[in-house]
Design a protein around this ligand. Structure first.
Ligand code: SF4
Length: 240
């Protein structure tokens, strides 16, 4: 005897999945996503500690999955070195997604150091718009956000409808604490950005990242002097 399930809208399906996966291990969520979406799935990374946990799990459960990073052209040299180290250690290949404007073209059009004069526009040009263009070819993406990182992320679900980009968004580490992330990295002896040991708990583009005092909000070194705590990748409706 088969049980007939009611027809669900994509939003209803995602709501049910989010409830199901609320207490699942990241391994289960990532393995499910790889099976469900196949080549339509892409994993985003910015090479932060959380991203490295995701990449390590991915290398075990679905190493064929596409991994991409949004290369603003403004990372610290240490971040590019870490990228190469991770590719080699985990056997993954990272797809570089770049903005349509080079840094020189951006300066010509919008003036020098746009990250100082208008960081929202700079993030939109160098991150948000390239992400949207890249995800137009995908069905779902995996991120490494955690609820406790920012107030904007506090209500995120393990699986969500990303209406801005028109895809499903999967957040396998949503319930993890910062301590769990670091325990995992040390347990599996994974490489991480050496800047974390020099006072940079959260690392983005070099012009917008400062070291913070011990015990300060880990993201307080990002966009210092601006009322900005997110680059816009995880803010609904901020799609450029
Ligand atoms: S983090 Fe700073 S440099 Fe990087 S894209 Fe945003 S504003 Fe521009």
């Amino acid at each position: 005897m088969s049980i007939a399930l009611p027809d669900l809208t994509p939003e209803q399906e995602v709501t049910l999945l989010a409830e199901n996966f609320e207490r699942s291990y990241p391994h289960e969520i990532i393995a499910w996503a790889a099976m469900r979406y196949g080549a339509g799935l892409a994993v985003a990374t910015g090479f932060g500690p959380e991203g490295i946990v995701i990449l390590h799990i991915l290398s075990q459960v679905a190493p064929q999955t596409t991994v991409f990073y949004l290369d603003t052209g403004l990372f610290f040299p240490e971040t590019y070195q870490l990228r190469d180290q991770l590719q080699q250690k985990l056997g993954l290949t990272f797809t570089q997604v770049t903005p349509s404007l080079s840094l020189e073209e951006q300066e010509k059009e919008y003036g020098a150091n746009l990250w100082e004069t208008n960081p929202d526009l700079c993030c939109r040009l160098r991150k948000v718009i390239p992400l949207r263009a890249y995800l137009a070819t995908k069905q779902a993406w995996v991120t490494a956000i955690r609820r406790s990182q920012t107030t904007q992320r506090a209500h995120a679900k393990a699986i969500e409808c990303d209406k801005t980009n028109g895809v499903v968004k999967i957040n396998p580490l949503i319930n993890w604490s910062q301590e769990q992330v670091w325990t995992y990295l040390h347990l599996f002896e994974l490489p991480y950005n050496p800047l974390h040991e020099r006072g940079y708990p959260s690392i983005g583009c070099a012009p917008c990242t400062r070291p913070v005092a011990q015990g300060a909000d880990p993201r307080s070194g990002r966009w210092v002097g601006h009322q900005k705590v997110e680059c816009g990748l995880h803010v609904p409706g901020d799609g450029g």
